[in-house]
Design a protein around this ligand. Structure first.
Ligand code: PMP
Length: 394
């Protein structure tokens, strides 16, 4: 499918300029149809029973999970369906066998979902080292390397910043981790929807991502593991190989992480979303986001009173651009953009409060984020409206 032809699949784009895909993306019609198809034609619970509907549902669910795994090149590992990235990260934090003196290395670029689980472990005697980016938000790999000493059990880092749009070279970090016997968790919430991802080449041990940010339904995400070696968060129906009155053995595969009825329709929709993106091609998606964000950065940088964050940081980017307008709170800017031009952007700290403090912006930023359905005309409307807003306060 050609990227230019996909817009008709997203009815909301008719009346609105949706630039909040980093929070959650829009969903195309084929994804909705795939989910409705389950409910109308073969709805049944999965993995438990032999009747015709449960057989179809079980096959479709497992196929869907497998195709989500292959979307990130994860055939060599295990994948568990979760509610979102937050749950996937939380499962690793809860499931590794921590002991006093273990170390976790993370960074100040993280979303709260990849920071709070580690801060909580600190209360249990785990040492947590937080590597700081510079004043522009650029992370020095040498600083990270210096922090990953022997005794580091885990490095937890984002693949792409949800505030600055910058991409972190996680494959370089994987090599550093493995030199020191540390495992690497990559928060792929912002990369899986926008970049070609191949976990087999990346060298991470855990990759966490959200279906709802990549054209899939809300309530879906995934945890990919090189080895399914963490303790499950929950145990119960569906997660076992055998149970006696006194004991149980867990399922040998990823089923052990999916106790209870999984989000069947959601997973089928998630897999359809992955197929939709694959039909367009993730290289094409990436180039489209880069083109739009470059246009936005250039346009906004020329507006007096506007400061674009992280514009100088080198390297690859996703379609996320943060900025401030002198004299206005980010929420005011977002509100005017909506009222004046139906441009929907996010404002505030973007669940990255420590990063905002570090950048000297406690009130946060305005953030525009793109996906396949956005156009250059929409970006130009956004720039023109911000220009107008900035002129009014000057
Ligand atoms: N990490 C990053 C980098 C994110 O951008 C987000 C979502 N904003 C999350 C984690 C959390 O994702 P979810 O809300 O789907 O759990």
């Amino acid at each position: 499918m050609r990227l230019e032809d996909c817009r008709a699949d997203f009815p909301l784009t008719r009346d609105l300029i949706y630039l909040d895909s980093a929070a959650t993306s829009l969903t195309p019609k084929p994804v909705i149809q795939a989910m409705v198809g389950y409910d109308l034609r073969y709805r049944a619970n999965v993995g438990r029973g032999v009747h015709r509907l449960t057989t179809i549902a079980t096959h479709r669910y497992r196929d869907a999970r497998d195709s989500i795994r292959s979307f990130i090149g994860g055939e060599g590992g295990a994948i568990a369906i979760t509610r979102n990235t937050t749950e996937a990260i939380g499962m690793v934090a809860a499931g590794l066998p921590w002991k006093q003196g273990d170390r976790v290395v993370t960074t100040l670029l993280e979303h709260h979902s990849n920071l709070l689980p580690w801060l909580r472990l600190r209360k249990r005697g785990v040492e947590v080292d937080i590597v700081r980016p510079d004043a522009e938000g650029s992370l020095e790999i040498a600083d990270l390397e210096a922090a990953v000493r022997d005794g580091t059990r885990l490095v937890a880092i984002t693949h792409a910043s949800n505030v600055l749009g910058t991409v972190i070279p996680v494959d370089e970090i994987a090599a550093i981790c493995h030199d020191h016997g540390a495992r690497l968790l990559v928060d792929g919430a912002q990369s899986a929807p926008h970049l070609p991802v191949d976990v087999s080449r990346m060298g991470c041990d855990y990759f966490c991502f959200s279906g709802h940010k990549m054209l899939g339904p809300t309530g879906t995400g995934a945890l990919w593991m090189r080895e399914p070696d963490i303790e499950p968060l929950l145990v119960g129906g569906g997660s076992i190989a055998n149970v006696t009155a006194d004991d149980y053995t867990l399922a040998p595969d990823e089923g052990r992480y999916e106790a209870g009825t999984p989000p069947v329709a959601g997973t089928i929709g998630f897999a359809r979303a992955a197929a939709y993106l694959r039909e367009i091609g993730m290289e094409t998606v990436h180039r489209h986001d880069e083109r739009l964000s470059a246009r936005l950065i250039e346009g906004l940088s020329e507006v007096e009173g506007v400061r674009v964050l992280g514009a100088e940081v080198e390297g690859e980017r996703i379609g996320v651009v943060s900025f401030t307008v002198d004299g206005l709170h980010p929420h005011e800017v977002a509100q005017i953009l909506d009222e004046a031009a139906a441009v929907l952007v996010r404002s505030g700290h973007h669940c990255s409060q420590p990063l905002m403090e570090h950048l000297g912006l406690p009130e946060g930023t305005v953030r525009a984020s793109t996906h396949i359905y956005n156009t250059e005309e929409e970006i130009d409307t956004m720039i023109a409206t911000v220009e107008e807003i900035a002129r009014r306060v000057a």
